[in-house]
Write a protein that binds this ligand. Structure first.
Ligand SMILES: Cc1ncc(COP(=O)(O)O)c(C=O)c1O
Length: 444
């Protein structure tokens, strides 16, 4: 591969995550600059970033000097001190701020480096809780087919089958158990809402009984799930799960790594549903990606029996990351970005609804600024759309200055929460053109 200096050179020593060799051979774009909702490559091409950094953390947009200043100030004041036996002011303050906005009864927090570590720590906290309550045998975690909860040790057990990542790491630590995901558009039980009686939620009790309730530690799920493209479960779903967890003494971990901090138009995704979680995992929008930070929140009921949390990460409760988190939360509040997510999300969804007239668009959905267009080759059978075709649409959009991605059979959108109407109009125009061009290529 030779290139004009704008792409990553084939002799680069950098190993990329989840990048097929074929992409490396084509040449990898180097992103060198970003401002607001736009990123720029080394050649100076500008792209509207419809997935906030592709992994979706950049809630407050790029180029925030206030966050850079907060990081700088904290580096000068106290760059690091251990998370064990000592505390630091930014971590105390950030925990206090989170306690003010987290859904009750979540009240106590610890900080990690990212979402995977947050998930890992939440699972460990659940195990500690049961252990100190005399239930030493509870180790199983129930997750959902199609779930994604990160890439670390015990957290990897909760990876559903939507990605081949779990299979690559097998054999993995025992204790991962799966229930079906709510995905009404292609219901795993072939039923239709509301006549289904929320079969996907009711089946969880059978899974628990089969696995032995005395061995089950926790149920983990995203309030709105990324797996099939921003899928929001029926409104009854989470209260059924909450009830069954209570019945068997199982803790409920709500994974807010994507949904948290306004992505879905409320501060936390679970606030769309009237239930109380036991543990909450957070990352991404907590610092908008300026520095790595993850967090776990839990209720007093979860933490109180725990004598010592047997856990150390060198960079736990990191003062610099927490300082960035504090400034990021201030920006979210002062600029009313959660409200903007709700408002712009509704506008974006209304515009995307027009896409249902495309012969390949099966369903359009969205909650706040987390939206998806689910494609099909047959609107009656809802047969999934070939991944190469979705990739073609993404490539077409990219040539027109728009970066987006797919998730399962859907195009998924999660722009920075600062996005405005004119930028959404630009995105809709480019997407519409790109879909039409691909459909023409398919002879439709
Ligand atoms: C729901 C969810 N949980 C956990 C993770 C893992 O977070 P990280 O990539 O920061 O380790 C992710 C990452 O995308 C996620 O989407």
């Amino acid at each position: 591969m030779s290139n004009n200096g704008n792409l990553m050179d084939e002799t680069s020593h950098l190993v990329l995550h989840r990048t097929p060799r074929s992409e490396l051979q084509k040449g990898i774009t180097v992103i060198s600059k970003a401002k607001g909702a736009y990123v720029f490559d080394r050649a100076g091409n500008r792209y509207l970033d419809l997935n906030a950094g592709a992994t979706r953390p950049v809630h407050v947009g790029y180029g925030r000097e206030e966050i850079a200043q907060a990081v700088y100030d904290q580096c000068c004041e106290l760059s690091y001190y251990t998370p064990c036996m000592f505390a630091n002011e930014p971590a105390i303050k950030l925990a206090e701020l989170l306690s003010e906005i987290a859904p009750p009864p979540i009240d106590r927090f610890t900080f990690e480096c990212d979402g995977s570590e947050a998930v890992e720590s939440a699972m460990k906290l659940a195990k500690h809780h049961h252990y100190y309550n005399g239930n030493k045998g509870r180790y199983k975690i129930i997750s959902r087919v199609g779930a994604y909860h990160g890439v670390n040790g015990i957290g990897v057990r909760a990876l559903g089958v939507v990605l081949p990542m779990r299979q690559m790491m097998e054999p993995i630590a025992p204790g991962g158990v799966f229930a079906q995901s709510p995905y009404c558009y292609r219901c795993p039980y072939n039923l239709s809402y509301p006549n289904c009686d929320i079969a996907c939620a009711r089946a969880v009790e059978k899974v628990i009984e089969f696995e032995d309730p005395d061995l089950v530690s926790a149920f983990i799920g995203e309030p709105i799930q990324q797996g099939f493209g921003a899928y929001r479960p029926p409104r009854e779903y989470w209260s059924i799960i909450r009830e069954v967890c209570d019945k068997y003494g199982i803790l409920l971990i709500i994974d807010e790594v994507i949904c948290g901090f306004g992505r879905t138009g409320k501060m936390f995704g679970i606030q769309h549903f009237d239930i109380k979680p036991d543990l909450l995992t957070m990352a991404k929008g907590l610092t908008s990606g300026y520095v790595p930070l993850g967090a776990v929140g839990c209720s007093n009921k979860v933490i109180e029996p725990i004598e010592t949390f047997m856990h150390i990460h060198t960079y736990g409760n990191h003062p610099v990351s927490c300082a960035a988190g504090i400034k990021n939360l201030q920006i979210l509040k002062e600029e009313k970005l959660v409200e903007n997510s709700e408002k712009m999300g509704a506008y974006f969804l209304e515009k995307l609804q027009e896409f249902t007239s495309h012969p390949t668009v099966g369903e359009v959905r969205g909650t706040g600024l987390w939206l998806a267009v689910d494609f099909t080759t047959d609107k009656k059978t809802r047969a999934p759309f070939p991944a190469e075709r979705l990739n073609n649409i993404i490539t077409r959009a990219r040539r027109k200055g728009l970066l987006t991605r797919f998730m399962g059979p859907a195009l998924e959108f999660a722009p920075p929460l600062i996005i405005q109407k004119d930028e959404i109009d630009e995105a809709v125009r480019i997407l519409n053109e790109s879909i039409s061009e691909e459909e023409k290529d398919m002879g439709l």
